[in-house]
Design a protein. Structure first.
Length: 242
């Protein structure tokens, strides 16, 4: 196909396609004349991945180039997934100013907590993992706020996360092509995470409403609009108290 058709198929402008070609993100097409080239399905697939990384994943062009290189060199599906997982931004907890001594002590304490958790769960993740480092920073800030998890509480959340991770990877099962798998991984890691967080928020809202209503078990029967508004106001007040 010509570049104009490639643009129509992918929704990427011709100018952007030419830019990606210049930046080395997209392989050159097959030359048919001095200034013309033909492109195939592999170019359309690659453009979808570039769009996913830059738009959904929020990666820079330089970071996208690095990820594409890692995906191209991956000799397995796991390698492609790992490249995407490490490339996407890691949530960072806001940090309070502290002295170097306090910072070192907090780092050591939180680091030991994460190491113990991983050992207890038999999870495989090196200290250099951005996710290990991110969790260490988050636990450090929770400890400073006197809101730390007890070890059994943290382990309970981790086991729930493991169940979610299994579901995430099931969405990528059966995809053998590294580029197609990488595209699916960006969608799972970057888009499904907010979906899960919203489901968690909805579950929290449900629990708060049940506690305010005082039933705690079965859903409350349908109410008149005025009564629902009253419960909502009471729930909002209860949320503020929590």
């Amino acid at each position: 196909m010509k570049i104009s058709e490639l643009s129509r198929r992918t929704g990427v402008s011709v100018a952007s396609i030419k830019y990606f070609l210049r930046q080395g993100l997209l392989p050159a097409g097959r030359a048919t004349a001095a200034t013309l080239a033909e492109y195939g399905d592999e170019h359309a697939q690659r453009l979808r991945l570039i769009k996913a990384l830059t738009t959904l994943g929020g990666l820079s062009i330089a970071a996208t180039r690095d990820v594409l290189g890692a995906v191209d060199q991956a000799d397995s599906s796991e390698g492609a997934l790992g490249a995407i997982s490490y490339a996407l931004p890691v949530p960072v907890a806001a940090q309070r100013a502290a002295t170097p001594e306090e910072e070192a002590e907090a780092d050591a304490t939180a680091g030991a907590e994460v190491a113990e958790l991983l050992a207890d769960l038999d999870w495989q993740a090196p200290d250099t993992s951005p996710h290990v480092q991110g969790l260490t920073a988050a636990l450090k800030e929770l400890r400073r706020l006197d809101a730390r998890y007890a070890p059994d509480e943290l382990a309970a959340y981790a086991r729930l996360a493991e169940s979610v991770a299994r579901l995430d990877l099931e969405r990528a099962a059966g995809v053998d092509d590294p580029v197609a798998l990488a595209e699916r991984a960006v969608i799972v890691f970057a888009i499904c995470a907010p979906v899960f967080e919203l489901l968690r928020r909805l579950a929290q809202e449900n629990q708060v409403r049940r506690r305010v209503a005082g039933d705690g078990a079965e859903p409350a029967p349908p109410q008149a609009p005025g009564a629902r508004k009253a419960v909502s106001r009471e729930m909002d007040h209860g949320s503020a108290q929590l």
